[in-house]
Design a binder for this molecule. Sequence first.
Ligand SMILES: *[C@@H]1O[C@H](CO)[C@@H](O)[C@H](O)[C@H]1NC(C)=O
Ligand SMILES: *[C@@H]1O[C@H](CO)[C@@H](O)[C@H](O)[C@H]1NC(C)=O
Ligand SMILES: *[C@@H]1O[C@H](CO)[C@@H](O)[C@H](O)[C@H]1NC(C)=O
Ligand SMILES: [Fe+2]
Ligand SMILES: [Fe+2]
Length: 349
Amino acid sequence: MMSLGVITCRVAVATGLRFFSTTATTASALVSEAVLSNVAKGFGDQVGASRANLSYWLRVPLIHGGSVRNSSTISVEQKEKQDVSADSSVGGNNDGKGPVSYWGIEPAKIMKPDGTEWTWNCFRPWETYQANLSIDLNKHHAPATNLDRMAYWTVKILRWPTDIFFQRRYGCRAMMLETVAAVPGMVAGLILHLKSLRRFEHSGGWIKALVEEAENERMHLMTFMEVSHPRWYERALVIAVQGVFFNAYFLGYLMSPKFAHRMVGYLEEEAIHSYTEFLKELDKGNIENVPAPAIAIDYWQLPAGSTLRDVVMVVRADEAHHRDVNHFASDIHYEGRELREAAAPIDYH
Ligand SMILES: *[C@@H]1O[C@H](CO)[C@@H](O)[C@H](O)[C@H]1NC(C)=O
Ligand SMILES: *[C@@H]1O[C@H](CO)[C@@H](O)[C@H](O)[C@H]1NC(C)=O
Ligand SMILES: *[C@@H]1O[C@H](CO)[C@@H](O)[C@H](O)[C@H]1NC(C)=O
Ligand SMILES: [Fe+2]
Ligand SMILES: [Fe+2]
């Protein structure tokens, strides 16, 4: 495989014309892969605008904090000023220390239209979106082959101890299961990433799409941990389950991506079901419909005054999107094709 790649390179260099045509193709493919990240940086385009309302954020001035590039020689006076301004920013995972960067890395300050500062370091306004709630929640992939049935029953069997463990504690259940749900996308993304490097070939956008899925699931976790706090034995359980599940999914994906994606498709179907139960408990008043966590309001662009019920609604819509992506990925494999041959649903969640 390696030698093949090297030979191809040599041929390309030797024949000048071919070299340029290859470069051009690569460049245009790179551009198409980069379009979304450019959109994200604010070079508007209707693709991104239809999801996160970009015109909303484009009006936002980007203020680069301090803008002292070579601040290793910063004066004490300036340094104190910077420390104070850093302390006053409340958000996200800012520890309030405000380190002065010798390397010229200054965190960009983003202002919301209402004049308040964007407080989350872990995600940016252009990564936020409004969930499409009109997605069909009842879609189901009827198991067609033995591999499908195996994936289906693996999930059904895994559901059983989960139901017993959590009973009707849906808040706790959601938080705990999201620690697992965020694993497959990252594992699959990692494997496809290494495969792309190894084989000198494009990914079709699937690496990004799958890593995005993992990130989206992790945001579910960051949201639910605001309303449910893990106890020590739950934390221990998460560590143990992660140790087993990461390795199992990694090996499973190496052996059969077809099976791995199908299984995640069925996991998402179960997740939709669990969130529907969660909504029922909220409506019955068995779970208090507390105000939505601030992180959820910003991430899903929810209106002020949204509640936990609104959050569960958008999270459930996310799960339905993941269901479709994973069943789709499995179907591509069933057709005997590789994922890269079909354009990945980037930004679909
Ligand atoms: C985007 O936001 C702007 C400003 O808030 C608003 O005027 C416009 O209607 C929004 N567009 C869409 C498609 O939501
Ligand atoms: C900061 O860097 C600029 C060029 O990058 C240089 O001209 C300037 O003298 C430097 N300032 C200090 C205080 O080192
Ligand atoms: C929302 O989902 C529905 C059903 O999948 C689809 O028809 C519609 O185009 C989607 N809306 C947007 C704004 O993407
Ligand atoms: Fe999730
Ligand atoms: Fe999920």
